[in-house]
Design a protein around this ligand. Structure first.
Ligand code: TXA
Ligand code: MG
Length: 343
């Protein structure tokens, strides 16, 4: 960073959104609330401003950004081919946590798409985000507003903790209700989920009336030299400072396993509500076992909490894979650097 700047947090009122839009029009960066996680926004058509996003986050240059629009018609500004499937999906899931990858227009700055011939587009449900896009008058490129490698932010305070001194303004729109990033679906060839999210494979298939594929790289550690379909999936990501091990099995098996490891400084469990009192080590919870949406909503705050507590070794309960559970598991597997034990 060149020099530290003062970072303001303002509730996302009409006045604050107008101020944020001025910052964006001048080529600056603003953190904005969305229903999934907070985003770090810049004018998608200002290459220099977009470069600033990579700098502020410490993000690898080869990881493309999602472009956020406020109206379906704005798809035409960024995508050059819009298949019927995109219209069907937009009608069913937008505004909402779905990113659609389409062939891009050539006038979009290279920095947004990291040299790819496609662009990821999303119309967010959070009214603060849509108002900001409207006020700024341009689509906004925005990755999650965390430092690269740390868990995505689901509160304005998380953003502040990561990016203070690096960006001028955080719009506070409350806690993000979804809590994990959008589903990324590519329509550049057969429909393929590049990143699972709140919108599930079943829901996509029901609307499209055809099979939706899962990218091969989803739940596997990245192979040396392999180019994944979604560049972002190759990084460890979402990672707290502790070493996490994901443990799949029943609670009783988990409990026995943790007991066998013994207590120690910095040893924690990451488990579901109602379970901490039954465990021999201190624990942080992420939602209820029966409710994967609550797990999604709580996961990133739980990972950040483990950091605050100084956790060094974390034994994590594995989520189910039904519905949004697949997305929760995908994020946890990466946080655990793919270390998983089946009990
Ligand atoms: O919910 C979300 O999607 C949040 C909020 C702020 O909208 N944004 C977000 O952005 O999660 P980011 O940059 O953290 O993740 C973007 C993901 C990465 O995995 C990236 O590789 C993928 O989307 N992506 C973006 N454009 C792509 C493209 N043209 N082709 C393939 N993957 C793409
Ligand atoms: Mg991210």
């Amino acid at each position: 960073m060149d020099k530290a700047i003062t970072t303001k947090i303002l509730p996302a009122t009409t006045e604050a959104i107008a101020e944020a839009a001025m910052v964006l029009k001048a080529g600056g960066l603003v953190a904005m609330p969305t229903e999934t996680v907070y985003g770090l926004a810049a004018d998608a058509f200002n290459g220099k401003a977009v470069e600033g996003i990579f700098k502020a986050k410490g993000r690898p240059q080869d990881n493309p950004l999602i472009v956020h629009i406020s109206k379906v018609e704005q798809l035409l500004l960024v995508a050059r081919e819009i298949p019927q499937e995109a219209h069907q999906l937009a009608a069913a899931f937008w505004p909402g946590p779905l990113t659609i990858v389409l062939p891009r227009v050539s006038c979009l700055p290279q920095q947004v798409c990291a040299g790819l011939d496609s662009v990821g587009v999303r119309l967010p449900a959070h009214s603060g985000a849509r108002q900001l896009i409207d006020e700024a008058g341009v689509p906004l490129a925005a990755p999650s507003a965390n430092l690269s490698g740390s868990p995505s932010p689901t509160t304005a305070l998380h953003v502040y903790q990561d990016l203070k001194g690096r960006i001028p303004l955080v719009l506070d729109g409350g806690n993000c209700p979804v809590g994990v990033e959008s589903t990324v679906l590519s329509l550049t060839s057969r429909p393929t989920i590049l990143r699972p999210g709140f919108i599930t494979k079943d829901e996509l298939e029901a609307v499209l009336g055809q099979r939706v594929h899962l990218a091969a790289s989803l739940d596997q550690p990245p192979e040396e030299g392999l180019v994944p379909e979604s560049p972002g999936m190759k990084y460890r990501h979402y990672a707290p400072k502790a070493d996490i091990t994901l443990l799949s099995g029943e609670f009783t098996q988990f409990k026995s396993w943790v007991e066998a490891q013994g207590q120690g400084t910095g040893v924690y469990a990451l488990c579901f509500e109602d379970e901490p009192a039954l465990l021999p080590v201190p624990a942080v919870t992420y939602g209820s076992q029966q409710d994967s949406a609550s797990q999604a909503a709580g996961l990133y705050a739980a990972l950040r909490r483990l950091d605050e507590l100084g956790a060094k070794i974390v034994y994590a309960r594995s989520p189910g894979v039904d519905g949004v559970g697949l997305a929760v598991r995908n994020r946890l597997l990466r946080a655990a650097a793919f270390r998983e034990i089946v009990l």
